[in-house]
Design a protein around this ligand. Structure first.
Ligand SMILES: [Fe+2]
Length: 195
């Protein structure tokens, strides 16, 4: 062992517009600003109102003018998040709509009901939902995916499988199928109209 790793701690992402992103993580995601650096960086904690929250799980950094102009050239300066909702592939995890490398950032919620309430709240705001609610095979966790203002997919997760107390978890090999990504896949199919 080189690193006495105690687990994932925080994620830092670059954003097109810091104030829009802060508003999204505050109003939708129950996060609070702990500190800022100039008008370029905000550190956010979860949940916003808990006294024992750690300083930050998320660091939002404003993209520079240069970075924004690169996005402009690629046609990714402005995003229509609903457009990507229509283009999703069913047999994989949700993709970042633009060309960035991050698949998604996951936040824990207490249970399935919290995920259903989140989906309802997002629909009320006309905010796109990329996938879910569903249940992953690996981890057996319930999920919901939707984008933040930059298209970074957010995952809400509940009921993640825990390793047995003794011996740790033995790795299992899963097939690359829709059912691996969502064990409820066929259950949800039943509700869709037949063609
Ligand atoms: Fe995930």
């Amino acid at each position: 062992m080189v690193v006495q790793n105690m687990g994932l701690d925080h994620v830092a992402i670059k954003v097109r517009d810091l104030e829009s992103s802060v508003a999204f993580y505050r109003d939708v995601m129950n996060m609070g600003v702990s500190d800022r650096i100039g008008d370029a960086v905000a550190f956010l904690r979860t949940p916003a109102d808990a006294e024992d929250s750690q300083h930050h799980e998320l660091n939002l950094t404003q993209m520079s003018e240069e970075e924004l102009s690169v996005l402009e050239e690629r046609g990714e300066r402005e995003l229509d998040l609903h457009e990507f909702e229509r283009d999703l592939h069913e047999d994989g995890p949700p993709m970042l709509p633009a060309s960035g490398p991050i698949y998604h950032i996951a936040f824990e919620v207490p249970n399935y009901q919290a995920i259903v309430r989140a989906a309802e709240g997002l629909r009320e705001r006309n905010h796109p939902i990329y996938r879910g609610p569903g249940r992953h095979g690996p981890g057996n966790n319930i999920f919901l995916y939707f984008p933040d203002p930059d298209g970074y997919p957010i995952e809400l997760t509940a009921d993640m499988e825990e390793a047995p107390e003794v011996g740790g978890k033995k790795p299992k090999q899963w097939p690359q199928t829709k059912e691996t990504w969502n064990v409820w896949y066929h259950t949800q199919d039943l509700d869709e109209p037949e063609e």
